[in-house]
Design a binder for this molecule. Structure first.
Ligand SMILES: Cc1ncc(COP(=O)(O)O)c(C=O)c1O
Length: 386
């Protein structure tokens, strides 16, 4: 028998991957499937970024970059913090990583000793608790619901914080709920965590995909916060594997040493391509796509409510709607399976994001065009009526 480390028992798969596999199987049999389960933009990478990637390859940019990333890219991100948020974030504190995933891994590795705990929202992005587990740490799932915008706040954080807690993890906007953490709440949580000698980690990967308001970076509150971001979502570069981590000055050396050992450097071609991501012509294209996501949300949210899903708050961003399906089923996993098999619509069960109320919720991703969303709604309606 293969000898696999014990910690692997706690590393759970995404159920949605099994559903996606089944959806592909049905498609191979000739069935039409509407995909509302996929957590990445349906748009291909914007042309100026693709062109820059091709040009970089043709110019022979195929070697390692410095571990912390291309100096020009770190400067470009620093400039973006200034122009977009009005916040001064020096390039030396910005570390380029293979996706937000690489940034999360670095952050948890430098912050957690075995046995130490991180408080995070349930529902939330499931990989976070696995990163903590891989460091022999403990993740504390704080139950959140619509009453706190599906986010942690100071009161909830205080309730779950333990003597062995060393960090609080937030994502704003969140996956799977699309909700933001309010500015005042963020500041209050930062103050609380600091008082406990802990660290606040904020995942801003869905910044840029925020619709009726302008998201503020946590770095406006203090330099003393770990911030994660990525080229995957707003910048539409999931497959290029590129993100970044902003750390307080005193962590730069440790993160650099760690990254040297874990991945040496982020992909070179992706870094050269990303240099064009901040140019006005690219930003204009990306903002058009953002506006299209907003239109999709504005269609899908009322359409789902009208057929009976309970979505008590309008999510500010990302491309997800987290919907209560209790009216139709007390087992959201079974509901999702039946919806796929009988109606040809793929969505994600709540269990992929934690355990609190997971059997009552499903996640819809509006990462497909308006025609597909309309067809999806028609199919779901017919399924529910039958
Ligand atoms: C909240 C959140 N953080 C991080 C990631 C990882 O993104 P990537 O590694 O593609 O940048 C995702 C991906 O879906 C996510 O939803």
């Amino acid at each position: 028998m293969a000898r696999i480390a014990d910690r692997m028992n706690d590393i759970k798969p995404f159920h949605v991957m099994a559903l996606l596999g089944r959806a592909r199987e049905l498609e191979a049999q000739g069935r039409s499937i509407i995909h509302m389960e996929i957590g990445e933009p349906d748009f291909v990478t914007a042309q100026p970024i693709v062109d820059a990637g091709i040009a970089a390859l043709q110019a022979g940019q195929t070697h390692y970059t410095p571990t912390v990333g291309l100096p020009d890219l770190r400067e470009a991100i620093s400039d973006y913090y200034q122009s977009h948020y009005g916040v001064d974030v020096p390039a030396r504190r910005i570390i380029i990583t293979p996706g937000a995933s690489g940034a999360l891994q670095l952050a948890f590795n430098v912050l957690i000793n075995p046995g130490e705990a991180v408080v995070m929202a349930d529902p939330g992005y499931p990989c976070n608790r696995h990163f903590v587990r891989l460091n022999e740490g403990q993740s504390i799932a704080a139950n959140v619901d619509a009453s706190s915008n599906y986010q942690l706040n100071e009161t909830i954080l205080k309730k779950y914080w333990t003597d062995n807690s060393v960090a609080a993890m937030l994502a704003s906007p969140s996956n799977p709920t699309g909700t933001l953490v309010g500015e005042a709440e963020l500041k209050a949580m930062y103050d609380f965590v600091k008082k406990q000698n802990g660290t606040l980690v904020v995942d801003e990967i869905y910044h840029g995909l925020v619709y009726d308001t302008q998201a503020k970076t946590a770095l406006a509150i203090s330099d003393d916060i770990f911030v994660i971001n990525s080229f995957s979502k707003y910048f539409g570069m999931t497959g290029w594997r590129l993100g970044w981590l902003v750390v307080p000055d005193e962590y730069v050396d440790a993160v650099d040493r760690l990254a040297q050992n874990i991945f040496l450097a982020a992909p070179t071609v992706a870094q050269h391509a990303a240099l064009t991501a901040f140019e006005p012509v690219t930003i204009e294209l990306l903002n058009q796509r953002r506006d299209e996501f907003a239109e999709r949300r504005n269609y899908l949210l009322p359409a789902l409510k009208e057929i009976g899903f309970d979505i008590p708050i309008v999510p500010d961003g990302a491309f997800y709607l987290y919907a209560n399906c209790e009216k139709f089923s007390s087992d959201s996993y079974q509901f999702v399976t039946e919806l796929l098999e009988q109606a040809g619509v793929a969505i994600t069960p709540g269990v992929d994001f934690g355990s609190y109320n997971a059997s009552k919720y499903v996640r819809f991703a509006y990462t497909t065009g308006m025609d597909n969303l309309k067809e999806g709604i028609a199919r779901i309606k017919k399924f529910l009526e039958s």
